[in-house]
Design a protein around this ligand. Structure first.
Ligand SMILES: NC(=O)c1ccc[n+]([C@@H]2O[C@H](COP(=O)([O-])OP(=O)(O)OC[C@H]3O[C@@H](n4cnc5c(N)ncnc54)[C@H](OP(=O)(O)O)[C@@H]3O)[C@@H](O)[C@H]2O)c1
Length: 176
């Protein structure tokens, strides 16, 4: 492989220094090794700071999103206003969200799998997803979620999940 479509700054840990990290990403893009630059697990302040330093546009911020950790309006509107795609990782919450009563109820109503409902719920909010599956059966099932259109009752039911759970947490992971 000579280049990738999109290279992410994975997590703003202590090793992340915008003045060092981001120019290196610009250089990688200038050399043609990546077409685009993204970030992951950035809150709005970190995102705004990175946009100041980077020459390349930030095309995506990949963050954990599912009904137990729903996307906030503030993050979605920031992304919409700055042409950054808010990409959801772990959209199934590594399987935990498949068992939520609200998700199962919507799945039973449409006679579809809970995974499809979870993907449809994010797609409905214009959020692209990266999920993971070990075999083609799960990949095909999950992809088919893009064809499911939720109605207001479905949305209200899933938005009504009150429990909060962040599966991936480092240093308080403040994005919102
Ligand atoms: N940027 C970050 O900090 C970060 C952090 C974590 C993850 N990620 C990325 O997010 C992506 C996915 O995250 P993830 O693996 O944590 O969680 P996930 O996609 O929410 O869940 C994966 C789990 O769900 C199961 N599954 C997948 N499709 C299914 C279906 N249709 N029906 C039933 N079960 C299904 C998989 O089982 P099988 O394996 O049996 O198919 C696997 O156990 C990965 O690409 C990862 O790189 C990014």
């Amino acid at each position: 492989m000579e280049s990738v479509d999109l290279l992410y700054v994975h997590w703003p840990t202590d090793a992340y220094d915008p003045g060092d990290t981001l120019p290196a990403f610009d250089e990688v893009r200038d050399r043609g090794w990546t077409d685009h630059v993204g970030v992951s697990n950035f809150d709005r302040d970190l995102l705004a700071d990175a946009q100041e330093v980077l020459d390349a546009p930030i095309v995506a911020n990949q963050i954990e999103m599912h009904p137990l950790l729903p996307p906030t309006g503030a993050m979605l509107s920031y992304c919409a206003n700055h042409d950054v795609a808010p990409v959801a990782y772990s959209p199934l919450c590594r399987g935990d969200a498949l068992e939520l009563d609200e998700v199962v109820a919507v799945a039973e109503k449409h006679d579809l799998s809970p995974a499809r409902v979870l993907i449809a719920w994010l797609a409905d909010q214009s959020v692209p997803v990266v999920t993971k599956a070990s075999g083609t059966d799960h990949i095909e099932d999950t992809l088919a979620g893009l064809d499911l259109e939720l109605d207001d009752e479905d949305r209200a039911r899933i938005d009504g999940v009150e429990r909060r759970y962040r599966r991936f947490d480092r240093d308080g992971s403040p994005w919102n």
